[in-house]
Design a binder for this molecule. Structure first.
Ligand SMILES: CC(C)(COP(=O)([O-])OP(=O)([O-])OC[C@H]1O[C@@H](n2cnc3c(N)ncnc32)[C@H](O)[C@@H]1OP(=O)([O-])[O-])[C@@H](O)C(=O)NCCC(=O)NCCSC(=O)C[C@@](C)(O)CC(=O)[O-]
Length: 307
């Protein structure tokens, strides 16, 4: 349906993996359940990576096992290698994601291997996951620029995206990892990819470091993209880029979609309350403009009703 946009909520994974404070399994589950209650149908719940590298995502197996099964919600987890996939399957994961980048320098820092090696690892994971009947999403980081290498060519993004789709990923999420992309770049990238790949298999994943993510998402929507990643309250950042912000806040994306007359099935009021709640738990500033405005309005209404 062209008027429907699917949101992939990454706050409990991309967001929390970059927060200074590591949340307990109980709080991570509560966040995910609250997000599902808001109407989000695709939610990243954790990752099966080395806890030495990303301690915030340790015990993702316990998170998956403690979540209520819901027929209308797909929970996904990141699996960088076969060991990660084994862990995810043992925890009864129903969907996994592999990840690489369009830049060797970034891939080396992120996963200790080259892009080519990361694609080999991804292929092994995709083959085994598909044998187990599990769908796999693919991520490409640094599509608009790399913190180490600088510029990243559209051809490099195309090559990696093509490889992920050819090996069997059902969708590729294009990550502006350090939030440097602009509308012009977004248009050029999506136009070029859409000439070679089905646009229905492309998702966008914008971090908001330079405040361009909302404009970039709008540009991608205008070119037919209908899957958007976002993070409640704008949780997160990027450990490999000083000053990088988290993904654009889900509340801001929902407000944008409502204004455009595009449906996403998410209750914005409830999402704003969830964003305010998790920001309080993490004792961090709420990064969503729409979320803050709605929460302030809700608080004023409560004060008024109490006389
Ligand atoms: C990928 C590895 C594991 C390779 O790490 P490595 O050092 O190359 O691999 P290794 O096989 O030599 O293993 C090193 C250690 O990790 C362990 N290990 C090995 N595999 C696993 C596993 N699956 N689960 C748990 N532990 C594992 C392994 O047992 C060993 O433990 P040690 O002997 O030191 O005690 C490592 O580099 C790693 O965990 N990196 C973390 C990557 C990560 O999580 N990055 C963030 C997610 S990607 C992202 O955020 C971008 C995205 C998707 O959001 C899009 C965007 O915004 O751009």
């Amino acid at each position: 349906m062209r008027d429907h946009v699917t949101l992939v909520e990454v706050g409990a994974r991309d967001g929390l993996q970059n927060e200074a404070q590591t949340l307990s399994v109980a709080l991570r589950c509560e966040l995910i359940e609250r997000l599902a209650d808001c109407g989000l149908t695709r939610i990243e719940a954790g990752s099966f990576v080395s806890p030495k590298w990303v301690p915030q995502m340790a015990d993702s197996d316990a998170v998956l096992q403690q979540l209520k099964a819901r027929s209308d919600v797909r929970y996904s987890v990141l699996t960088p290698n076969l060991r990660g996939l084994d862990g995810a399957l043992s925890a009864d994961a129903k969907e996994v994601a592999v990840f690489t980048a369009a830049s060797d320098a970034f891939t080396q820092k992120n996963t200790n291997c080259s892009v080519a090696e990361s694609l080999e690892r991804a292929r092994a994971v995709v083959d085994a996951a598909r044998t187990a009947g599990i769908p796999v999403r693919g991520y490409v980081s640094t599509v608009m620029g790399c913190p180490y290498q600088g510029d990243v060519s559209i051809d490099a993004v195309l090559d990696v995206s093509q490889s992920l789709l050819e090996m069997g990923c059902y969708e590729v999420s294009l990550g502006d990892t350090i939030g440097v992309g602009t509308v012009k770049q977004t248009r050029e990238l999506i136009r070029a990819l859409a000439m070679q790949l089905p646009v229905a298999q492309l998702a966008v994943h914008f971090h908001d470091t330079y405040g361009q993510a909302l404009a970039n998402i709008h540009a991608a929507l205008e070119l037919g993209v209908r899957t958007v990643d976002s993070s409640v309250a704008g949780l997160g950042g990027c450990p490999y880029a000083a000053g990088a912000s988290g993904n654009l806040a889900s509340e801001d994306v929902v407000y944008l979609l409502q204004g455009l007359g595009l449906s996403c099935g998410v209750d914005l009021q409830q999402l704003a309350m969830t964003g305010a709640w998790i920001s309080q738990q993490l004792q961090r500033d709420h990064s969503s403009k729409a979320g803050k405005a709605i929460a302030a309005k809700q608080a004023a209404a409560v004060r008024e009703s109490q006389g």
